[in-house]
Design a protein around this ligand. Structure first.
Ligand SMILES: *[C@@H]1O[C@H](CO)[C@@H](O)[C@H](O)[C@H]1NC(C)=O
Ligand SMILES: *[C@@H]1O[C@H](CO)[C@@H](O)[C@H](O)[C@H]1NC(C)=O
Ligand SMILES: *[C@@H]1O[C@H](CO)[C@@H](O)[C@H](O)[C@H]1NC(C)=O
Ligand SMILES: *[C@@H]1O[C@H](CO)[C@@H](O)[C@H](O)[C@H]1NC(C)=O
Ligand SMILES: *[C@@H]1O[C@H](CO)[C@@H](O)[C@H](O)[C@H]1NC(C)=O
Ligand SMILES: *[C@@H]1O[C@H](CO)[C@@H](O)[C@H](O)[C@H]1NC(C)=O
Ligand SMILES: *[C@@H]1O[C@H](CO)[C@@H](O)[C@H](O)[C@H]1NC(C)=O
Ligand SMILES: *[C@@H]1O[C@H](CO)[C@@H](O)[C@H](O)[C@H]1NC(C)=O
Ligand SMILES: *[C@@H]1O[C@H](CO)[C@@H](O)[C@H](O)[C@H]1NC(C)=O
Ligand SMILES: *[C@@H]1O[C@H](CO)[C@@H](O)[C@H](O)[C@H]1NC(C)=O
Ligand SMILES: *[C@@H]1O[C@H](CO)[C@@H](O)[C@H](O)[C@H]1NC(C)=O
Ligand SMILES: *[C@@H]1O[C@H](CO)[C@@H](O)[C@H](O)[C@H]1NC(C)=O
Length: 811
């Protein structure tokens, strides 16, 4: 006799009614992860003894059948989560009066949960409605008679819980309540029924836009509370809890609210066993209480984006010896980082960026033996210590925007870094020719005073390099030809150095490059024709993207991960319930700057993929602009200004459909502006000023209607709107020369033609008037009267005109 049938894992099941009938004594049927035909649902009713039916991840879709399975009157547990069911719940479900566990999560159920059904499920202990499309408001008071209800999960629903209009008090005592990201329609206050709860262990009300004082009474009322998540609401007020000790609380996330005031000094007394504390994105003031050092279990602490001031207390640095993750970024903290030797031997992630820390980099941080360090945007001074080379497991090191000086120690080469960010310091000396940066993806050393050559060994050995930023230094020499051996390079920024020589054709091998900035150097010679090769393949695959955005985070296995809660509630309940797991992980996004539209934007993360730009401005480049550049159809910004480029503007540029900024100013370009350029419909900035261009300006259509004179300035032979030079005055279309030679002669010939036609027109008009006056005697009399009346005015008019004409000739 079969009482239990367990079918798990992915299996193809073919179940026919006959076989099912033989199983009529079956108590439990667990079919999770199987692929079952939906007709099974119509037949399952024959299993009249069934207590437990679980069918999660079975790929069902459509609505639940209204017959066939509602007859399972003995069912205590149903799990149909993670399917694609939609529609409303059939009303016959009200027959299932023994129901204790109902899991409908991760489907597309909508409509109302029929009230009749709810009221008949009086034995319900566990109800999960999470991640559905339940639409209509349910009053929570409908649950109030379910005295056995322990777990209520309803995150990511469109459920609009009604205000507590029915009043009354709930008969249940919940242990586990997750109502995150429910649009509490009309109810922006913490649900009132919570005030009657004293047995809660897990409360998650995040992403609800709740207002009012932060409900610290939840902590006070519920002595067994383990986990409190009130993240991303609009709670205000100080986080002050009465003096009772709450030894069970291990996880508190109240980030992204408007909590103000200081952190209570005896915080650690009240929450002695805290493991995870996230109070980031609030308005906390005052200093970090020294008593934090008593939080010996604390593993992850995030106080970033507040207004905390003062120093890191000494007691904190020695006491929290379990701390693995410390983020104090974006505060007003000052003083030395870890003035004493710290006992935080587990510390792997230390984010102290955007504060006012000063002094030298303390030896005490050498305890961070792997993970990440971000000290950027502080006032750290002194040299980069050589012992940092012994922090061998370090993955990300950012000390940008400080006042560090001296050379980059060769010892740093020993680190197996993915990111080294030392920009905006006063570092000098040469770039160490590291030979083992094989894992380095981002090397940002811009805005220092580094000199010497770009070491070719460095480049040869960084095959994973994605971003190299050496802008604003004093580097000399050529771009090493080994640059072509960086197959993943997407960002190459060498702006404002003293680099020279030709632009190496090896750059053309970098087929994945997004941003190339060689401006403000002394590069000479022509622009390589093959340069167009670099973005030919620039259409990114989804996978490439993921690689980039997780560029710094592909270390996921090292990063501490965020907890999630295991809520699986089976009969009988799990001993350890509720359990905290550490699952999802953190991620850091890469960053790069690029100048386009004459403004420097900071591109972060995924947006990098959309940015394709080449800046070769302010060099000594000669020769013609390679027409091949017109095939870089993905390019968004191209700046070739301030060089000595000659020849015409390639007609092929009209293919640059994505281009937003094109600057060719301050060169020796000649010939006419191709009229097809108006096909560049994304253009926002365009300049060909200060060249030797001639002929007419492009039609004022599409984007070209928005460009003013400054786009064309300094080309004396250019005419047409928006310039003042009138093409018809300068050179009538009929006699427009087609060649570019004899520019000097052109203007004289044009003026000659102009005079001839002017005189011709004058005589014609004069003869016309005389003829009219001769024919009509009335007009003749009127005409001579008029002459007498305004003889003076006409005189002035002629004088003015003469002057204008004179001025024009001398111009
Ligand atoms: C059970 O559901 C059917 C509808 O499928 C309904 O006709 C019947 O009245 C229900 N029985 C009870 C006891 O609710
Ligand atoms: C709950 O029970 C009380 C009395 O037992 C009753 O008056 C009330 O209507 C019930 N509420 C619901 C929603 O069923
Ligand atoms: C909140 O729910 C909406 C849909 O209702 C969803 O798009 C969004 O991603 C959810 N937010 C979070 C943080 O889960
Ligand atoms: C919970 O706290 C609220 C507000 O302080 C209070 O009104 C209520 O009586 C408390 N409930 C319990 C069960 O202690
Ligand atoms: C907070 O939630 C809102 C929507 O509920 C969302 O737009 C916003 O990005 C969230 N803020 C953070 C910091 O997660
Ligand atoms: C915490 O400090 C407050 C005053 O700041 C005091 O009322 C309370 O008793 C203290 N709690 C403990 C546990 O010491
Ligand atoms: C703290 O909360 C913020 C806002 O939700 C989040 O971005 C951050 O990752 C959290 N910190 C940790 C360490 O989990
Ligand atoms: C940071 O501290 C300084 C004094 O040290 C103060 O002038 C400034 O207003 C503080 N800034 C913030 C955002 O609290
Ligand atoms: C580190 O902790 C131990 C006890 O765990 C203590 O004896 C020692 O003094 C601490 N170290 C420092 C530098 O305070
Ligand atoms: C760094 O490590 C080397 C060998 O592993 C050792 O000789 C040296 O003393 C260490 N330096 C410091 C400053 O700890
Ligand atoms: C550029 O691409 C063309 C065509 O794909 C190819 O023939 C040429 O060799 C490439 N040039 C370089 C330098 O890779
Ligand atoms: C240019 O000349 C034409 C014909 O002479 C005239 O219609 C037009 O208004 C002039 N444009 C400007 C900008 O002077």
């Amino acid at each position: 006799m079969t009482h239990f049938l367990l079918i798990s894992m992915t299996q193809k099941l073919v179940i026919i009614g006959l076989e099912l009938g033989a199983l009529n004594k079956l108590k439990q049927l667990r079919l999770d992860d199987s692929s079952i035909d939906k007709s099974f649902l119509h037949m399952v009713g024959v299993l009249t003894s069934l207590n437990v039916l679980t069918m999660s991840h079975c790929g069902f879709s459509g609505s639940l059948p209204a017959q066939g399975w509602c007859e399972l009157k003995k069912l205590q547990e149903i799990d149909i989560s993670h399917n694609h069911f939609d529609g409303i719940l059939p009303s016959c479900l009200a027959n299932l009066t023994s129901l204790q566990v109902l899991d409908l999560s991760y489907n597309h159920f909508n409509g109302n949960i029929a009230l009749s059904q709810l009221s008949s499920w009086t034995s319900l202990e566990y109800l999960s409605l999470s991640n559905n499309d339940f639409l209509n408001p349910i009053s929570l008071s409908w649950f109030f008679n379910h005295s056995n209800l322990k777990v209520l999960l309803s995150e990511n629903n469109k459920i609009a819980f009604e205000p507590n209009s029915h009043g009354g008090t709930p008969t249940f005592q919940l242990e586990f309540l997750v109502m995150s990201n429910c649009s509490f329609d009309g109810l922006k206050r913490t649900p009132r029924f919570l005030q009657y709860q004293y047995d809660l262990q897990v409360v998650d009300l995040s992403f609800n836009n709740l207002v009012g004082k932060i409900p610290t009474w939840l902590v006070e009322n519920n002595t067994r509370l383990v986990c409190l998540v009130l993240m991303n609401n609009s709670f205000t007020g100080p986080f002050r809890v009465s003096n009772d000790i709450r030894p069970n609380i291990r996880y508190t996330d109240i980030a992204v609210n408007y909590i103000e005031g200081p952190i209570p000094a005896n915080f650690s007394l009240i929450f002695p066993n805290l493991e995870y504390l996230n109070m980031s994105n609030n308005a906390l003031q005052g200093s970090i209480p020294s008593s934090f050092g008593n939080l010996v279990s604390l593993w992850i602490l995030d106080l970033s984006k507040n207004q905390l001031s003062g120093t890191i207390p000494m007691h904190f640095a020695v006491g929290c010896d379990s701390l693995a993750f410390l983020k104090l970024s974006y505060n007003n903290l000052s003083g030395q980082i870890f003035p004493t030797n710290s006992n935080m031997t587990a510390l792997s992630y230390l984010y102290l960026d955007n504060n006012k820390f000063s002094g030298k980099i303390p030896k005490s941080i050498s305890i961070v033996s792997y993970g990440s360090i971000d000290f950027s945007n502080n006032y750290l001074s002194g040299m980069i210590p050589t012992w940092m080379g012994n922090m061998s497991g370090l993955n990300l090191l950012s000390m940008a925007k400080n006042q560090l000086e001296g050379p980059i120690p060769f010892e740093l080469c020993k680190l197996d870094l993915q990111l080294l960010h030392l920009s905006y310091n006063n570092l000098f000396g040469s770039i160490p020719s590291c030979s083992n940066l094989s894992r380095t993806e981002f090397l940002y050393l811009n805005k220092n005073s580094l000199s010497g050559l770009i070491p070719s060994s460095l480049i040869l050995n960084t095959s994973d390099l994605i971003g190299l930023d050496l802008r604003d230094n004093h580097l000399t020499g050529n771009i090493p030809h080994s640059i072509g051996s960086l197959p993943s390079l997407r960002i190459l920024l060498l702006r404002a150095n003293h680099l020279q020589g030709r632009i190496p054709i090896q750059l053309c091998l970098l087929q994945t490059l997004n941003m190339l900035d060689l401006s403000y150097n002394k590069f000479s010679g022509p622009i390589p024709h093959c340069l167009s090769n670099i973005t030919l393949k620039a259409s990114f695959q989804e996978d490439d993207l993921r690689g980039l955005s997780s560029g710094l985070g592909s270390t996921n296995s090292f990063l501490p991960s965020l907890p999630y809660f295991e809520t699986k509630y089976t009969t009988p309940p799990d001993e350890e319930f509720p359990r905290i797991h550490w699952g999802a992980s953190l991620n850091v996004k890469p960053e790069a700057e690029f100048t386009t539209k004459r403004i420097t934007y900071s591109y972060k993360g995924d947006i990098l993929q959309y940015m394709f730009g080449i800046d070769l401005s302010c060099n000594r480049l000669v020769g013609e602009i390679p027409p091949e550049l017109g095939s870089m159809s993905n390019i968004r910004a191209l700046n070739l200004s301030h060089n000595s480029l000659s020849g015409p503007i390639p007609v092929t540029f009209s293919n640059l459909k994505q281009i937003e900024s094109l600057d060719l100013s301050y060169n020796n370009l000649n010939g006419k502006i191709p009229l097809q350029l108006t096909e560049m419909t994304s253009l926002a900035v365009f300049s060909v000023a200060h060249n030797n261009l001639s002929g007419t300006t492009p039609d004022r259509k599409n984007q070209f209607g928005t460009f003013d004179e400054s786009s064309y300035d300094g080309n004396i032979f250019l005419c047409g709107p928006p310039l003042q030079n009138n093409c018809t005055k300068m050179r009538p279309p009929s006699t427009m020369p087609v060649d570019n030679e004899g520019e000097e002669g052109d203007i004289f010939m044009d003026m000659g033609v102009f005079y001839i036609s002017f005189v011709g027109a004058y005589i014609t008009v004069l003869l016309g008037i005389v003829a009219v006056l001769f024919i009509n005697p009335y007009w003749r009399r009127a005409w001579f009267n008029l002459i007498e009346v305004c003889i003076d005015t006409c005189y002035c008019f002629v004088v003015v005109h003469y002057h204008k004409l004179f001025n024009y000739r001398s111009a």
